[in-house]
Ligand binder design. Structure first.
Ligand code: AHG
Ligand code: MN
Ligand code: MN
Ligand code: MN
Length: 352
């Protein structure tokens, strides 16, 4: 009977977020509306990814964002920009695929009528809006061979939506309200945290709904896997090189770790979150700030790892305490199981 009740008690992502937002009496459903538009974008990209090979969506788009842009990169970006702007809840957007931040036209930054009423009722309440930083398609190099790819997003509150400046965007990750990713793989999984732990939802294509399948995800304190592009080994600094050496030749007689590297951050992070272990994209002599971008790759994944009981480190500091200077700033990143990250922190501490 319980199983029957379970099956008919569909916990969709929208219902789950409404329950969570219910804890914030002042919330007016704005966040839930914003999230429903992000979910719509993910559903669209999921269907485009599934048809990519058939719909001639693979191959190069011909323009670049500093790297070669794939057709799916460009398409996904357009879908998310349009979905976010049409939500009527965003003030500014930062996308990997747009050189400049997108300042949303004032009328679309929030339903003024409702806000006006709210302002008369509680004038202390600033008219807030949201900033969304996102990587519409992560793991582009894996599109053409059908390997898992994803979308990554982080959500900030903008203090005063009528005066939006870039400073609103260049905030430390500790100011983030929510973060998540959607992985387009054998199944379509959306992992989300709004600051009360991490939950995973799987798309049921027959319903077109994301259903709660991984409640309250906690990352194991230590894992047996390390995940890094060993091809960069000749350029690593000493602490990173020593850490990877210890993974392969442990001195304390423990078994060697396994190497798993998919090359899509979303897939490597998702496996790390569920199985434990450590994902690293270190600095190297060629790229002293590593490759991954702070606002829409490092911060959202670091937020999720901390919410799941893990941690995220840049080689110098707690990743979420970074303050980006420019919207496409990069940072080295070591994230995953708490104890595994402690090991790399000790190596960097002993070096400095
Ligand atoms: P994107 O496709 O959004 O540009 O991101 C690719 C990133 C990330 O997904 C992955 O972890 C990393 O690039 C892989 O880089 P290498 O191929 O240098 O290992
Ligand atoms: Mn890219
Ligand atoms: Mn990416
Ligand atoms: Mn990308």
């Amino acid at each position: 009977h319980a199983a029957e009740a379970q099956r008919t008690d569909l916990m969709t992502i929208t219902r789950h977020v409404l329950n969570e937002q219910g804890r914030h009496p002042e919330s007016r459903g704005d966040f839930t509306i914003l999230l429903s538009h992000i979910v719509l974008g993910c559903k669209f990209v999921a269907s485009a990814v599934n048809k990519a090979g058939l719909a001639k969506l693979i191959g190069l788009a011909g323009d670049t964002n500093g790297e070669e842009q794939k057709k799916l990169d460009v398409l996904s970006n357009e879908v998310f920009v349009k979905a976010l702007v049409s939500s009527g809840r965003t003030c500014v957007l930062v996308s990997e695929e747009n050189e400049e931040a997108i300042i949303v036209d004032a009328p679309l930054r929030g339903n003024h009528e409702f806000d006006k009423i709210m302002v008369t009722v509680s004038s202390h309440q600033k008219l807030h809006g949201y900033c969304v930083c996102f990587d519409p398609l992560d793991g582009s190099s894996n599109i053409d061979c059908g390997v898992s790819i994803g979308t990554i997003f982080g959500i900030y509150m903008i203090k005063d939506k009528d005066n939006v400046t870039l400073d609103d965007v260049l905030q430390p990750g500790t100011d983030m309200l929510a973060a998540g990713y959607c992985m387009y793989g054998s199944s379509c999984t959306l992992v989300l945290s709004t600051g009360n732990g991490v939950n995973g939802f799987t798309l049921d294509p027959s319903l077109g709904e994301f259903i709660l399948t991984h409640p309250n995800i906690k990352i194991p304190n230590r894992g047996k896997i390390y995940s890094v592009n060993e091809g960069n080994a000749k350029n690593w600094d000493a602490p990173t090189a020593k850490f990877v050496e210890k993974c392969k030749f442990p001195q304390d007689g423990s078994p060697s770790k396994s190497l798993r590297y998919i090359g899509s951050m979303v897939a490597d992070v998702h496996r790390t979150l569920l199985y434990g272990g450590i994902f690293l994209y270190p600095a190297d002599q060629k790229s002293p700030n590593g490759k991954l971008r702070v606002l829409y790759e490092v911060f959202p994944m670091s937020f999720l790892m901390e919410q799941a009981g893990g941690q995220a480190f840049t080689g110098k500091q707690r990743a979420l305490e970074l303050v980006p200077r420019k919207i496409h700033d990069r940072s080295p990143i070591f994230l995953g199981s708490y104890d595994d990250v402690e090991d790399i922190k000790a190596l960097y501490a002993s070096e400095s």
